[in-house]
Design a protein around this ligand. Structure first.
Ligand SMILES: NC(=O)c1ccc[n+]([C@@H]2O[C@H](COP(=O)([O-])OP(=O)(O)OC[C@H]3O[C@@H](n4cnc5c(N)ncnc54)[C@H](OP(=O)(O)O)[C@@H]3O)[C@@H](O)[C@H]2O)c1
Length: 270
């Protein structure tokens, strides 16, 4: 017997950005495990070989009820995003759920020492990339009855709510995601398009390794004495919001591990 959520998700096409690692990868697995009989997943990221491994691992775990289509896509490149929908095979084009998850932080520099390249890549990926992906998918949603339908699930961050020292650019990008998300939800109230944001607190992924330019020991120090969330913890929330009844919009969700109470408010076991 399948659950109400797996029935609601059955037959849907889900696009996930940043599905090669961390939260995005876990979200792909969680959707596949929840609707294993009938689901289409479009997994995107820059590392296509990793995406192909994810696709093969999903097939191994849940079988061929879930069809997975990996696509190499750099969301920070507008021309790649522009060609994305047109480049999908016909059977993957009727998208129902977009998970805008691709994102990154670079460095902990403070102004005026912030590298221009880091500033540009964070905005181009976290903000412009997310907005361009949304605009690429929305025409598909808007063609449906009742003013349109479909889900847009944006992965924000506690950083978008509470700016912190050494994170000014990343925090600004996530605050921009929040503003865009809230505006879009209001713009679409006459439709059945659901615009939702999930803001994780501390999650252990490759995120900190990327922040410290590949220095694993610095990344490990971020989580020292903590019991961070896992990517699966956030993936479960993504699938939960996508699996609600059509008339329910879980608009805004903040998720912490139990030792966290704010961006810098972390209890560390000594
Ligand atoms: N970890 C945390 O503590 C935390 C907390 C709050 C919010 N978040 C947010 O959660 C999201 C996922 O991060 P994560 O923690 O899972 O980190 P992660 O393990 O580093 O995963 C990031 C994903 O984004 C992809 N990505 C990066 N730049 C991209 C680009 N230009 N085009 C397409 N894909 C790109 C990466 O794939 P490729 O390298 O293959 O392109 C990777 O799959 C991000 O938006 C992040 O800001 C994370």
């Amino acid at each position: 017997m399948s659950s109400a959520v797996s029935k609601r998700l059955a037959g849907k096409t889900v696009v996930i950005t940043g599905a090669s690692s961390g939260i995005g990868r876990a979200t792909a697995f969680e959707f596949a495990r929840t609707a294993p009989q009938n689901l289409k997943l479009v997994l995107t990221a820059r590392r296509i070989d990793t995406l192909k491994e994810v696709a093969a691992d999903i097939a191994k775990e849940v079988g061929d009820g879930v069809r997975v289509h990996p696509v190499q896509l750099d969301v920070s490149k507008p021309e790649q995003v522009r060609g994305f929908v047109g480049g999908l095979p016909e059977e993957f084009r009727d998208v129902d759920v977009l998970v805008n998850n691709a994102g990154l932080v670079k460095g902990v520099a403070k102004a005026p020492e912030i590298a221009e390249e880091d500033l540009n890549v964070m905005f181009a990926t976290n903000v412009t990339g997310l907005i361009n992906m949304t605009q690429a998918i929305m025409p598909i949603y808007l063609k449906r009855p009742n003013g349109g339908s479909g889900d847009i699930i944006n992965i924000g961050s506690i950083a978008g709510r509470e700016p912190y020292v050494g994170g000014s650019i990343y925090c600004a990008t996530k605050a921009a995601v929040r503003s865009f998300t809230d505006s879009l939800r209001k713009e679409l109230i006459a439709s059945r398009i659901r615009v939702m944001e999930i803001d994780p607190g501390q999650v252990e992924t490759e995120f900190s390794v990327v922040r410290f330019y590949g220095d694993k020991s610095k990344a490990d120090a971020v989580y020292a004495g903590c019991d961070p969330l896992t990517p699966d913890d956030i993936a479960e929330v993504v699938v939960f919001v996508a699996g609600r009844k059509e008339n329910i919009v879980v608009a805004d969700t903040l998720v912490y591990p139990s030792h966290q109470g704010g961006a810098g408010a972390l209890h560390r076991k000594s």
